[in-house]
Ligand binder design. Structure first.
Ligand SMILES: [Fe+2]
Length: 191
């Protein structure tokens, strides 16, 4: 069984940077709920799960992806705030980190082992993509709508929709991990 301590260990550094205790707890609660609902019983299984079924991830797993996207979004914000004489908008770092850690949490119920060493879209995933199922998990854990906007709108579902600032940064960091793999797999990277 995956425990609170397991989730806290996986995301230790980033969770520690969330200042609001309640928000930090709700992030962990949402992950636990996703593991329970999705039938994930060990951390080893989570570390084997590819972060997407849409392209070959070349071994990049779901946990690595979640951390890389969150760190990437933080770095994008830092690059601007360290460079601009005056930052034109204020990014909420608690919201950015919580949203980053949760943006793909719905994949815990969207994907499942196929029994042959691979993974497939689950019945839940056929019914609702991870931005939808992740939003539902987060709502059950009591997260505010601004965090749910990050989950709901970080992918194509969010195109052209109003977004909190943090959604924009998570979206860009997310696609910076996804597009290179898609293009690599399609032979579209110029060397
Ligand atoms: Fe993602």
């Amino acid at each position: 069984m995956i425990t609170v301590a397991d989730i806290e260990k996986l995301f230790h550094d980033l969770l520690g940077r969330i200042k609001n205790d309640k928000l930090r707890q709700q992030v962990v609660d949402t992950w636990l709920l996703g593991c329970q609902e999705g039938g994930w019983h060990s951390v080893a299984d989570l570390l084997k799960m590819p972060f997407t079924l849409l392209t070959d991830t070349k071994g990049v797993n779901f946990i690595e992806h979640t951390i890389a996207v969150t760190e990437g979004a933080l770095a994008l914000v830092k690059a601007q705030s360290d460079t601009y004489a005056r930052m034109p908008y204020e990014v909420n770092s608690d919201r950015l980190i919580a949203g980053g850690l949760l943006h793909d949490v719905g994949k815990l119920v969207e994907a499942e082992p196929d029994g042959k060493g691979g993974y497939r879209i689950s019945q839940s995933g056929k019914c609702a993509r991870h931005p939808v199922s992740g939003s539902m998990l987060a709502a059950r854990a009591g997260l505010p709508m601004e965090i749910i906007n990050i989950i709901a709108c970080h992918a194509k579902e969010g195109e052209g929709r109003p977004q909190v600032l943090e959604t924009i940064f998570i979206h860009q960091a997310d696609f910076a991990t996804f597009d290179p793999l898609v293009m690599l797999n399609k032979g579209q990277i110029i060397r």
